[in-house]
Design a binder for this molecule. Structure first.
Ligand code: APR
Ligand code: PHB
Length: 393
């Protein structure tokens, strides 16, 4: 098989990139290790920056998002028993975010690709990128006991944190930056009305909590937990009791609880790989970087990487702009590191890191300081809606 761009991974990064390239007549094949059902089974956050929303619309998959997504003009930070609303729209000259589950984003992209006939190879084993430092790269994979080779001109490693693309790079050609946080998030999905129509990020001396949602009758809640805890140790009742303890009284008293339909513990890490390109192979999304979910940046950083690579490929194939091919990594990393900073900052001021009461007081002072001035609120708001994309030109 031959194609122009071989895309490893059919998560949001791979599907969005494949769709945008396809619409420009740039041939691509997606090779995915898992089944479509497995890809769709992953419960992931979905707070979309306007840049991500616009990319979905440009990919002609934004209609359901625009119909069913919930536009949010603000969110709350709670601490010391009070809630401080960050007026995101008012502080950013009208920008907002949209709550639309990542699973829905993936569904919309998978459906579009299925309708267009774009080739996606699922359940591919031993996917391996080859010769990406040459001008004849390829990707091999095994399926039904057969070894297959895809000759291509470029490889997009959209295969996530545990994927093969980054791990195929010689260790002396890549530098990894990582911070693993000493706690996890215990998340619960419940068919209950959200406690608030906007998200609430809570600092509390018992630990962090987050109140989010998927729809008017589907709530998503999280409480910080230690990494050695097991989901089995958390009954629904224990979860709801703990969540109430970490929220301001007026919010806790209006919490509607119910049976959990999904309950899981996720670790938190900050991670960046530099550079993000190696000859003709480009790392995209979680393959190149991870953020703690506190800033709701994971999907949005994947989208801005896709935006950059899509425009570089479009100019390469439509205008013969070969000079841009080496600019991908520097353009992406400028935005990635700012989002890593914001995600780290939100994590550092909202979570319990130790029993040292000094830390709690400093966090409370930080939250009080930032929320007591327009400047402080603005810096939070402009990062939450997403910093501008760098134009590829
Ligand atoms: N070969 C082929 N496919 C692979 C391989 C491999 N060796 N390893 C992983 N994959 C697939 C996974 O099965 C998954 O479908 O690559 C895809 C990677 O998808 P994600 O991990 O979702 O990464 P990305 O598409 O960059 O999306 C980032 O997902 O993890 C969240 O918070 C993150 O919202 C962000 C988004
Ligand atoms: C979620 O709804 O799962 C969610 C929302 C915002 C975050 C993290 C997770 O920052």
């Amino acid at each position: 098989m031959k194609t122009q761009v071989a895309i490893i991974g059919a998560g949001p990064s791979g599907l969005l990139l494949g769709r945008l390239l396809e619409l420009q007549g740039i041939d691509n094949i997606i090779i995915e290790a898992k089944s479509p059902d497995y890809v769709l089974s992953r419960i992931r956050a979905g707070v979309l920056e306007e840049g991500t929303q616009n990319l979905m619309r440009e990919a002609q998959v934004g209609d359901r998002m625009d119909r069913e997504g919930h536009v949010h003009d603000g969110f709350a930070l709670s601490f010391l028993g009070r809630e401080e609303r960050i007026d995101v729209k008012g502080l950013t000259g009208g920008k907002s975010v949209m709550v639309y589950g990542q699973t829905e984003v993936t569904k919309d992209l998978m459906q579009a690709r299925s309708e267009s006939g774009g080739l996606t190879i699922y359940d591919a084993d031993d996917v391996t990128p080859h010769d990406f430092y040459s001008d004849k790269p390829s990707v091999t994979y095994k399926k039904d006991g057969q070894l297959h080779t895809i000759e291509c001109e470029y490889i997009a490693g959209c295969d996530g944190f545990h994927g093969v693309a980054r791990k195929s790079v010689p260790t002396d050609a890549i530098k990894l930056f990582e911070r693993v946080y000493p706690f996890g998030w215990l998340g619960v999905l419940s068919r209950t009305p959200p406690v608030s129509h906007e998200l609430i990020y809570a600092n509390h001396e018992r630990g962090f909590a987050l109140c989010s949602m998927r729809s008017d009758m589907m709530s998503r809640y999280y409480v910080q937990c230690s990494l050695d805890e097991k989901v089995e140790e958390w009954s629904d009742q224990r979860f709801w009791d703990e969540l109430r303890l970490r929220l301001p009284a007026h919010t806790a008293s209006s919490l509607v609880t119910g049976d959990s339909i999904e309950k899981s513990i996720a670790p938190l890490r900050s991670f960046v790989a530099e550079p993000m390109q190696f000859g003709r192979m480009y790392l995209v999304g979680d393959a190149a970087h991870i953020v703690p979910p506190t800033g709701a940046k994971g999907l949005n950083l994947a989208a801005s990487d896709v935006y950059t690579l899509y425009h570089i490929m479009r100019k390469r194939y439509k205008e013969g702009r070969l000079d841009l091919l080496t600019k991908y990594s520097e353009i992406c990393l400028r935005r990635i590191w700012k989002a890593e900073r914001f995600s780290w900052w939100m994590t550092s001021i909202l979570h319990k890191f130790s029993d040292d009461p000094f830390n709690q007081r400093i966090q409370e002072a930080e939250l009080d300081y930032y929320t007591s001035s327009v400047a402080g609120r603005t810096t939070i708001a402009e990062n939450y809606v997403g910093l501008p994309y760098e134009v590829v030109e």
